[in-house]
Design a protein around this ligand. Sequence first.
Ligand code: NAD
Length: 356
Amino acid sequence: MKIAVLPGDGIGTEIVAEAVKVLRALDLGLEMESALVGGAAYEAHGHPLPETTLKLAKEADAVLFGAVGDWKYDKLERSLRPEQAILGLRKNLGLFANFRPAICYEQLVDASSLKPELIAGLDILIIRELTGDIYFGQPRGRRTAVDGHFPGSEEAFDTMRYSRPEIERIAHVAFQAARKRNKRVTSVDKANVLETFQFWKDVVTEVSTQYPDVALDHMYVDNAAMQLVKAPKKFDVVVTGNMFGDILSDEAAMLTGSIGMLPSASLNAANQGLYEPSHGSAPDIAGQGIANPLATILSAAMMLRFSLNQAEQADRIEAAVKTVLSQGLRTADIFSTGTTRVSTREMGDAVVRSLK
Ligand code: NAD
């Protein structure tokens, strides 16, 4: 089993090191090879996703990814910005389904900004489509290069689009995931205003007829944003497009207390996947040794379950994470009075100890 390890920028290197430590402690004989990606790759090779990195990712059974980006790259031409590496990996590996579970650990109920009764026991799954929508439409704007020049136009637009096969395959993923959970799917759209999402709604409804055992409801994205903070436990599986999914999954992340706790998986049709924390490179805390590595460690667990067929080992990691939380160990982002504050490395060490 070969894993491409792409730590990236900012806290990426710190948190991925802890996840690698945890994977090694399992003694599975995993072959792990690292490569540069994002800003680090741009500095070294002039491109955020060099050919060598892409080749490694394609040849691996799974990719363990940290995070990319830093404000200092904001002025670069868009195609050279660190975030393009993620879009490039998604496109080249055919990753179309992004799973973002939002689970509230009982030990962290107090870390949420919502009332405990609203989030205790929360376990929802947001499934975001990754290859279509406005992020892959046609952009045009002040910084869009035409033959290497910036036209400096005074208007900008991005086009939103979805094709039938793209909607069908993500709908199937959502209904199949719901079958293994509480058998409810909420499809989030903006069909009242956008043609793209009227089409989305129609196609999801058609696909639902193949899953009579799963309940489907539709919700406009503005209402979904509201319901997620009003009554999040009402949801089971939420399926939505690329942009709405981007925003709603971060909102759902905060319900659980810290974005530093939430893993994610992006899968292709062959269950090959890219596993990464839901958060970014956090340049504001990079290099301080205070980032929470648990989202990345839990992403490694998802990798074992989805791409490497090692569900028992995934369970072991998840149980170890619960144990360290029960021991009262907390990184700064989830720290509260009465608990013990630990560094990124100490948290990784504690998970390894608990595994053993
Ligand atoms: P961010 O997720 O990096 O940070 C948001 C806030 O959460 C910050 O205050 C940060 O300190 C905190 N935070 C994030 N992860 C944490 C962790 N593990 N432990 C403790 N605190 C944590 O989002 P941002 O600040 O909007 O973006 C920073 C950079 O990351 C940008 O360049 C952005 O483009 C990039 N980004 C990358 C990805 C990715 O690589 N997949 C995703 C989102 C943003």
